[in-house]
Design a protein around this ligand. Structure first.
Ligand SMILES: Nc1nc2c(ncn2[C@@H]2O[C@H](COP(=O)(O)OP(=O)(O)O)[C@@H](O)[C@H]2O)c(=O)[nH]1
Ligand SMILES: [Mg+2]
Length: 710
């Protein structure tokens, strides 16, 4: 493998709706560059990129794959990504290190929802973008409609560099308005013949060329002046102008390909070589400390880990981009995030499942190493004595939460280890062991993602698991004042127990007046971990209960507040006044008063018009115009309160307050009834009272459950 300096390394990411042809295009690029001598296909399950067992099984990409090719003296690192939104983690981590995105559009389908969703991420990264209209060999390929939709969805800066002369069956000719030539491919694809533009095509080609020149000139004053003077720009000026405009996210060149027929990938790679930026042409990285880090092979050694893959029998592979300096085998680097020193024992180039050893990688290049001790995604490693921490990837919040448990007893440890490993590898998986719900919760991106996680747990970690709906973290409170007392008395062999507590409980709110008609001796406020407060008053007079027993009474009250009388949920915002009681000189002790406090609180609570509160989430649904009605209707069927509508990018945005209890299956149901033309985000808003009917139902279910446990 030749060595390449920073200027001759290009890092591209293939993006697009599932099935738009990314993996097939990657295969073409490797074949055209001679890195493979036979093109595999998705159908035959033998592409370089979709090498993972699960991808072979499902016939589509699930994980991003790093590949590289050499084209005319340049090294092109290619990251092929999955198109399903569930695997968005793979897309954002690839966008973090790529310097150009290639967004594939399927000419038979136009702009598909996956492209819209991915576009939002490229906007966040302001990644230089090019479009490739693929499947032009398909019978119902419609190039013009696809370009028109692309301009509507992604803006007028989408500019054709090429258009097909004969899209559809028999497609084999493209007109290039940058070079102003026609490329015609032989039946087997590959290297095209370069021909002059036929007369009949001249008007269209000239018009598109003019549009391109003007767009480039309008992005650069010097070029604009030149253009006004000469009415034309030289090819080299055009190319430099295109690169500049792309880096500023102001121009999105559009190409024509048929990945399946291997037509157009060479031309695309040629454009990537001369017009797409190398890492050192992109704005310098900003460190967390706010310093700029130039991408130079002579700078301090610094790499950023954007992906890890744990492979059975191989160990953990860490994929990284060199942001500064030159990384050599045997080098010692410091992990800024974990503080450990890591030795780069091997430097690898990745080609799907294949690995090639190299001695060094320069700034701007992407590679991998094996078996680092304590390094993970989003970690920055640098040479000793430098404190460099690069900006981490902001992974999107989860869309689906399920409860997970091992089907076989005794496998809990194995499951915990499996979940730990999966989280390390996939930052869009979060595991939460909820003490409150007594469940292990798995937060992920959707049903498809869940299937992949299950596959990993069962096939790699050999643990059988089952998923269930997470319980809802309800809250309980009261609506009116109530008083109750409880006498705990136990005399059975050995020391007896005795304690009697009289208490008043009231709904607590900030600034409420002191208790009426009671003698306040002491007052403590307890902010609760689960939100809200408990305010505890000692109103004992005449030493009815010794002060030393009040902490036990409080303990009993707290214990009951952790498993409320209504549904066993946390209780919040209650004021408790202990105003009387009885002791026994011998039998009174902490446990007696704890039990008396707990039971008195339970009784008082049930007489205080208890109210169940449910978590309400702010849900924002982004959908196409045509979907708003269906989205609204569905939200209303989920007890939602729609608060308003707005627009965001080219989406309609519907904002609603929705009970969490109604959101369990939202990600899959929204995806299915809008055919994927919608996405949503949600965040906790507040707790709100549930209806009397629902409270009764939930409380009955809880009492039944408790009785069954006894
Ligand atoms: N007719 C035609 N089919 C294509 C072309 N590119 C890809 N395909 C087919 O489209 C399907 C999806 O391709 P794939 O590369 O897996 O798409 P990805 O999901 O974007 O990676 C496969 O059946 C491919 O054979 C093309 O240019 N023309
Ligand atoms: Mg694919």
């Amino acid at each position: 493998m030749a060595t390449f300096d920073t200027n001759h390394v290009k890092n591209i990411v293939l993006l697009g709706h599932a099935g738009s042809g990314k993996t097939t295009l990657a295969e073409c690029m490797l074949f055209e560059a001679g890195l493979i001598n036979r093109r595999g296909s998705v159908e035959e399950r033998n592409t370089v990129s979709d090498y993972h067992e699960l991808e072979q099984e499902r016939g589509n990409s699930i994980f991003s794959s790093l590949l590289h090719t050499e084209w005319r003296g340049y090294k092109i690192n290619i990251i092929d990504t999955p198109g399903y939104d569930d695997f968005v983690g793979e897309v954002v981590s690839a966008l973090r290190v790529a310097d150009t995105g290639v967004l594939l559009l399927n000419a038979t389908a136009g702009v598909e929802v996956g492209a819209d969703l991915i576009w939002d991420y490229t906007e966040q990264f302001t990644t230089p973008m090019i479009f490739a209209v693929n499947k032009l060999d398909e019978e119902n390929a419609n190039y013009d409609k696809t370009v028109a939709e692309a301009k509507t969805h992604f803006g007028a800066n989408v500019l054709p560099i090429q258009y097909p002369v004969n899209p559809g069956l028999g497609f084999n000719c493209i007109i290039d308005v940058l070079h102003m030539v026609m490329y015609c491919f032989k039946k087997e694809g590959g290297k095209p013949d370069k021909l002059p533009i036929p007369e009949a095509e001249k008007p269209r080609a000239d018009a598109l060329h003019k549009e391109l020149v003007e767009a480039v000139a309008s992005n650069d004053e010097a070029l604009m002046e030149k253009y006004f003077e000469q009415g034309e720009l030289a090819e080299e000026e055009l190319k430099a102008g295109i690169k500049k405009a792309m880096i500023h996210h102001d121009l999105f060149p559009l190409f024509c390909i048929s990945a399946k027929q291997d037509m157009g990938s060479g031309r695309l790679m040629g454009f990537i070589d001369v017009c797409c930026p190398s890492a050192n042409e992109m704005p310098p990285q900003l460190t967390k400390a706010g310093h700029e880090l130039a991408c130079s092979a002579n700078g301090p050694a610094c790499i950023f880990v954007f992906k890890t893959i744990s492979e059975p029998h191989v160990g953990e592979l860490s994929l990284f981009k060199v942001y500064s300096g030159t990384i050599k085998t045997g080098m010692e680097l410091v992990n800024e995030n974990t503080g450990v020193s890591e030795k780069i024992n091997q430097l690898l180039l990745i080609e799907g499942h294949n690995r090639t050893n190299v001695n060094e990688l320069v700034a701007g290049d992407i590679g991998a190493t094996l078996k680092l001790r304590n390094t993970h995604v989003n970690n920055t490693l640098h040479e000793k004595g430098k404190n460099l921490e690069l900006m981490p990837i902001a992974f999107p919040p989860s869309n689906l939460t399920v409860a997970i448990e091992a089907t076989k007893k005794g496998e809990e440890e194995k499951l915990a280890q499996a979940l730990h490993d999966i989280q390390q590898e996939d930052a869009t998986v979060q595991v939460e062991v909820s003490a409150e719900l007594k469940q292990t919760l798995l937060h992920c991106q959707g049903e498809l993602h869940l299937t992949v996680i299950k596959w990993k747990i069962e096939h790699i970690h050999k643990v059988d698991v089952k998923f269930s709906q997470p319980k809802i973290p309800y809250r309980e409170t009261i609506r009116k004042m109530a008083e109750a007392s409880y006498r705990h008395k136990k005399q059975s062999g050995g020391s007896g127990q005795f304690g009697e507590v009289f208490m008043r409980i009231e709904p607590w709110y900030e600034g409420m007046p002191e208790p009426n008609g009671l003698n306040v001796r002491g007052r403590d406020e307890y902010p609760l971990d689960w939100g809200g407060k408990l305010v505890f008053y000692n109103c004992i007079v005449g030493g009815a209960i010794e002060a030393r027993f009040l902490p036990s009474i409080l303990k009993g009250v707290m214990e009951k507040m952790q498993e409320g009388p209504l549904t066993g949920s946390y209780v919040r915002d209650v004021r408790v006044c202990v105003y009387d009681g009885k002791m026994h000189p011998v039998d009174s002790n902490d446990i007696s008063f704890k039990i008396a406090g707990l039971q008195a609180f339970r009784q008082a609570f049930q007489q205080a018009d208890p109210q169940l509160l449910e978590p309400i989430y702010k849900v924002e649904v982004l959908c196409d115009d045509e979907q708003t009605g269906a989205v609204m209707g569905d939200l209303q069927s989920r007890r939602a309160i729609v608060e308003g509508m707005d627009t965001e990018g080219h989406f309609q945005k519907i904002v609603a307050r929705v009970p969490l209890a109604e959101m369990y299956d939202y990600s899959s149901s929204l995806r299915s009834f809008t055919q994927g033309h919608a996405k949503f985000r949600m965040q906790f808003l507040e707790y709100a009272p549930v209806s009397y009917e629902l409270q009764r139902k939930l409380s009955e279910a809880y009492n039944k459950e408790v009785l069954e446990e006894v």
